[in-house]
Design a protein around this ligand. Structure first.
Ligand SMILES: Cc1ncc(COP(=O)(O)O)c(C=O)c1O
Length: 423
C-alpha cells in the first residue's frame, strides 16, 4: 500500500516535460553537419575528410601524436591490445569493476586477464595492481569509472618502474583531468567509446590515441586495411607488406557518426563546466545524509559521465537500497538507476571458461580467479545508485526537481522510515 506521505510528495513534484534526461541533444548544428556529410561522403577509405578532422582535433586536444577512429570503443580497445602485441602467455591486469569491454577483446589474443579489486571510489588502485604483477605481466589497463580519474601518477610510476604497458579506457571520461593532466595521456595508449550515451557520441564509434608509432601501425593494420595503411605506414616498417589486407579485419568508422561526434566535441569543455556546477550542487545537497556517500575528487576534475551515490544501509534506519530506489521511482524520478551490466566482471563465463568459447587459444587448465578477494568491487556495485549529470544550463529546473525529490525521500529515511518499508 502506498502511503499518503509518498503520494503527497509525488503530487508536489512537477516536471516540465516527460523527457528527464536527453542525450545527446540533436541541435541544428548536428543536423547541419549530418546533412553536409551525407552529401560529401558516407564511406572514407583513408585518413581524410571528417575522419581526419576529428582525429586531428582529438589528438590536438590531448597533445598526442596519433589518433585512430574506429567503429566502436570495444574495437578501439582491441586495437590497443593488438598494438602492444598481446599474445598467449602474457598477462594483462584489469579492473574487475568496469564495463566488460575494457578487457573482453583480450580473449582474441590468447593473453590472460588478471583482475584487481577497486577502492572506495570504484577505481582500480596501485596497491591492487602491485599484488597482481607476475613475471608474465605485460600490461595494465585502467578504467576511469563513471568519469572519475584513477590515481594516475602512482599507477604510471609503477608501470614505468616495472616496464609494463599502461593502457587507459577513457570511455566514461572524455575531457577529465588528473592533477591538471588529461586522462588518456598517462600511458602508452588510450581508448574512448563514442557510443550513444557517451559524453562525445556519434551513436556508435571509438577512438584510440597513442604516441607510440609501433602501436599505431599495428592498430592501423588490424582494422584499417588498404588505403589508410598505405597512406600511414612507411615502406620501411617491417609489416608494411601487409598494408593491402591488413590483419583481415575492418574497424573503419562511419563518417555520419563522426560528423555528429565532431559537433559535440567542440562543446566538450562547456559540457564539463556545466556538469561540474550541477554535480557540486548535488554533492552539497546529499552530503548531509549519513547513508549516502557522495563522490570525492581531490586533485581530479571528473567528466561526470554519471553521478554515483553509494548507499550505506548501516545508517538508513532499516530502509534498504531497494526500498529507497522504489520510493524515488514512485515519486517520478525515473532516471534513478542501479547499474546492471557495469559490474564486477571476474566471474563472467567469458573469463572463467575461456577455453569453452575460445578453445583454439585457451585450454581448460587456464586458471580463473574466483578465489581472490573482490569484496570492495562487489560492495561498490551493490550500493551504487546512478544519476545523470545534466550538461545544459537550461536544465536547471529538472536538476532542482531531482534534488528536491531525493531530499524528500532522504528526509523520510531520517524522520519517518516506516513509510518506506515494504513489510
Ligand atoms: C568503460 C567502457 N569501456 C568500453 C566500452 C565499449 O564501448 P562501445 O560500446 O563503444 O564498444 C564501454 C561502453 O559502454 C564502456 O562503458
Amino acid at each position: 500500500m502506498i502511503s499518503t506521505v509518498l503520494n503527497d510528495i509525488k503530487c508536489n513534484i512537477h516536471f516540465d516535460s516527460n523527457e528527464h534526461y536527453v542525450w545527446p541533444r540533436i541541435t541544428k548544428n548536428v543536423e547541419k553537419n549530418v546533412i553536409n556529410q551525407l552529401h560529401k561522403s558516407i564511406s572514407i577509405y583513408n585518413r581524410s575528410g571528417i575522419l581526419k578532422e576529428f582525429e586531428d582535433s582529438f589528438s590536438e586536444y590531448h597533445n598526442v601524436k596519433y589518433a585512430l577512429l574506429s567503429n566502436s570503443g570495444t574495437n578501439a580497445i582491441f586495437s590497443m591490445f593488438e598494438g602492444i602485441g598481446l599474445q598467449p602467455g602474457d598477462e594483462i591486469i584489469a579492473p574487475t569493476y568496469t564495463f566488460f569491454a575494457t578487457i573482453s577483446p583480450v580473449i582474441y589474443t590468447g593473453a590472460t586477464p588478471v583482475f584487481c579489486d577497486c577502492d572506495a571510489t570504484g577505481n582500480i588502485t596501485v596497491a591492487e595492481i602491485k599484488k597482481k604483477i607476475t613475471d608474465r605481466t605485460k600490461a595494465v589497463i585502467v578504467t576511469h569509472m563513471w568519469g572519475m580519474p584513477c590515481d594516475m601518477d602512482e599507477i604510471s610510476h609503477l608501470c614505468k618502474k616495472r616496464n609494463l604497458y599502461l593502457l587507459e579506457d577513457c570511455s566514461h571520461a572524455h575531457g577529465a583531468t588528473y592533477k591538471g593532466q588529461k586522462v588518456g595521456t598517462f600511458g602508452d595508449a588510450a581508448a574512448w567509446s563514442l557510443q550513444g550515451q557517451k559524453i562525445i557520441t556519434g551513436g556508435e564509434g571509438g577512438i584510440m590515441l597513442t604516441n607510440n608509432e609501433e602501436i599505431y601501425y599495428r592498430a592501423t593494420l588490424q582494422g584499417h586495411y588498404n588505403k589508410r595503411c598505405k597512406q600511414e605506414i612507411p615502406e620501411n616498417y617491417e609489416l608494411s607488406k601487409f598494408s593491402l589486407t591488413g590483419m583481415g579485419l575492418k574497424f573503419r568508422a562511419h563518417p555520419i557518426a563522426i560528423s555528429i561526434a565532431l559537433e559535440q566535441f567542440s562543446h566538450l569543455d562547456e559540457f564539463i563546466a556545466q556538469k561540474n556546477i550541477y554535480a557540486e550542487k548535488m554533492i552539497s545537497s546529499f552530503a548531509k545524509y549519513p547513508f549516502l556517500k557522495v563522490p570525492s575528487y581531490e586533485n581530479k576534475s571528473p567528466s561526470w559521465y554519471a553521478f554515483i551515490l553509494q548507499y550505506d544501509d548501516r545508517f538508513s534506519n532499516g530502509v534498504s537500497i531497494d526500498e529507497f530506489c522504489e520510493a524515488l521511482h514512485f515519486i517520478g524520478l525515473k532516471e534513478v538507476d542501479r547499474p546492471g551490466s557495469t559490474a564486477p566482471v571476474h566471474n563472467f563465463p567469458l573469463f572463467t571458461e575461456k577455453s569453452k568459447i575460445m578453445p583454439r587459444l585457451y585450454n581448460s587448465t587456464d586458471h580463473n580467479q574466483n578465489d581472490d578477494d573482490y569484496s570492495n568491487a562487489i560492495l561498490f556495485y551493490k550500493n551504487a545508485i546512478k544519476l545523470p549529470v545534466w550538461a545544459f544550463k537550461d536544465e536547471e529546473n529538472i536538476v532542482n526537481t531531482y534534488i528536491k525529490g531525493i531530499e524528500s525521500i532522504c528526509d523520510l529515511v531520517v524522520n519517518n522510515p516506516t513509510v518506506l518499508k515494504r513489510g
